[in-house]
Write a protein that binds this ligand. Sequence first.
Ligand SMILES: Nc1ncnc2c1ncn2[C@@H]1O[C@H](COP(=O)(O)OP(=O)(O)OP(=O)(O)O)[C@@H](O)[C@H]1O
Length: 283
Amino acid sequence: MVRVLELDDVSVVRNGNAILDGINWTVESDERWVVLGPNGAGKTTILNLASALMHPSRGVVRVLGEQLGRVDVFDLRPRIGFASTAMARRIPRDETVFDVVLTAAYSVTGRWNEEYEDVDQRRAERVMREWRLDALRDRLFGTLSDGEQKRVQIGRAVMTDPEVLLLDEPAASLDLGAREELVQLLGEYASTADAPAMVMVTHHVEEIPAGFTHALLLADGRIHAAGPIAEVITGSTSRRRSNCRSWSPRARTGASRLALSGPDPLLNSTAGPSAANFPITSD
Ligand SMILES: Nc1ncnc2c1ncn2[C@@H]1O[C@H](COP(=O)(O)OP(=O)(O)OP(=O)(O)O)[C@@H](O)[C@H]1O
């Protein structure tokens, strides 16, 4: 087991405000974390640190064993898969789906004159199959639906077989069908033996894929709870009846566990789908 992320007393200060405040958090290579919290809690900021896009104002961040500030982030970033709305905005609208995935091999967006090796082509083909993108192969990215674009973004993020995969609200704005399909695919991927460590930000507990093991609850830039999902997110009959599925922070002094009204199988991270869509063949 390898420690892929380590935040040691980390704060991020902007305009005199601590948008992350004294965060201590570690992610091991066999863990898959979901990060929950209300708007402005600091979820995206924590992913920006983890993806080496941002440095902390105080404290130490280590990503894949390398301390931010003492490593060339351009060496580090190819080892990290990251899908977010901000990343998607950098993808040219007129790029084909296949090239959006393939160009991840060079960490570029927009195909130019790069020469791709056979192994890159084969890997891109595999990703296209696994993330059900084959039918979209020649479509232009800008013409895809939101759900299709999300799948392409994740395909691009996993193209390089990253050591850690970071997903910022991958199911946001999707309709029910598209969301269920994406959550199922993520669950299959997370359940494979070779899956990397993962961190996924979401607002909704029903979007936690199978195979996810841990939960981090943030509010006001601070950790309210962190640990195995079954310990952090609790099943609650009364809350289930009220059909309250999203998380809102309780008072700081109150219980720090999340009452869950979603399906109880979420609490059992081993009760996921088989990895039928992810044969994990070598390229
Ligand atoms: N560069 C910045 N300058 C000032 N404030 C910032 C900056 N970046 C983020 N913030 C503030 O920090 C807080 C945390 O932002 P962050 O995007 O991490 O929250 P979040 O939990 O991802 O929110 P959401 O669920 O709405 O996406 C917010 O109040 C945001 O306005």
